[in-house]
Design a binder for this molecule. Structure first.
Ligand code: NDP
Length: 254
């Protein structure tokens, strides 16, 4: 369907080499986009590129450390060099250090904020001129249920994910005139490397998610393909500054 067609579009997906990022990259690739897979781990990047090429997409592996400004700028420049343009940026790379606030060090705090929030600011700022040049763009940033709720082990992570929602609103407000739409996705509890340890560190989490989510299951990376295609395509041209839960209904009931 033309509204959702991404043929000729170029997408950068940070953390696109696994988990939710790869689920999103697969969706965008299947809709016709070329994908820059951007992560630190070269072997994971290469494997993701293979998987995307197997779907018939063009893809390139680009090493990046999203905590570093120069690295974010180089990522955008290398994507434009490889594919000729940049239309879509998915700010997905993320991490968590689960500790009580009184035990969290400043270094822990900075690590989480730099990886999850400052990275989205830096990559969006770096991508802006290329999007203006392309006549518009789509910025999709990954928040969390911790954009809405708090948790004892979540001071840094929750602050970063709350910040993603506010950053999204400000980018949308600033760049609407440039035909750039910025939106956030708030995932519920999704089976990835990041949550393997959470299931162990947070007693009862597994059962709580299944009991509370209306879908009665954890999410899978594939559950993010549809929302990503919507937010990356012309179908969402009048949707901007929003934060959309993709949580199997976790946030709609106690
Ligand atoms: P994964 O651990 O599978 O993926 C994290 C990704 O981020 C990896 O691809 C990793 O690549 C990349 N990454 C981490 N640090 C950096 C860095 N400094 N520079 C570049 N890339 C980096 O976890 P998820 O797929 O679960 O997480 C993806 C996003 O979804 C995160 O923002 C997370 O907070 C969010 N989220 C996840 C939820 C879940 O339940 N799983 C729930 C809510 C939100 P590499 O290893 O190559 O560095």
């Amino acid at each position: 369907m033309e509204l959702f067609d991404l043929k000729g579009k170029v997408a950068i997906v940070t953390g696109g080499n696994g988990g939710i990022g790869l689920g999103i990259a697969r969706g965008l690739a299947q809709a016709g986009a070329s994908i820059a897979v951007a992560g630190r781990n070269a072997a994971k990047n290469a494997a993701a590129v293979k998987a995307l090429e197997a779907l018939g997409a063009k893809a390139a592996a680009l090493e990046v450390d999203v905590r570093d400004e120069a690295s974010c700028r180089a990522l955008v420049a290398r994507t434009a060099e490889a594919f000729g343009r940049v239309d879509i940026l998915v700010n997905n790379a993320g991490t968590n250090i689960r500790k009580l606030p009184q035990e969290q060090t400043l270094a822990d705090w900075r690590e989480v904020l730099d990886t999850n929030l400052t990275s989205a600011f830096l990559c969006s700022q770096a991508a802006y001129p290329a999007m203006v040049k392309a006549g518009g763009g789509k910025i999709i940033s990954i928040g969390s249920m911790l954009s809405i709720f708090g948790g004892p082990l979540m001071a840094a992570y929750g602050s970063s994910k709350g910040g993603i929602v506010q950053l999204t609103r400000s980018l949308a407000a600033a760049w609407g005139k440039d035909n750039i739409q910025a939106n956030a996705i708030l995932p519920g509890f999704i089976n990835t490397d990041l949550t393997k340890t959470a299931k162990v560190q947070i007693p009862g989490l597994n059962q709580r998610v299944i009991a509370r989510a209306a879908a009665a299951r954890w999410g899978e990376p594939e559950d993010f393909a549809g929302i990503a295609v919507f937010l990356a395509s012309a179908a969402s041209d009048y949707v901007t500054g929003t934060a959309i839960p993709v949580d199997g209904g976790y946030s709609i009931q106690m």
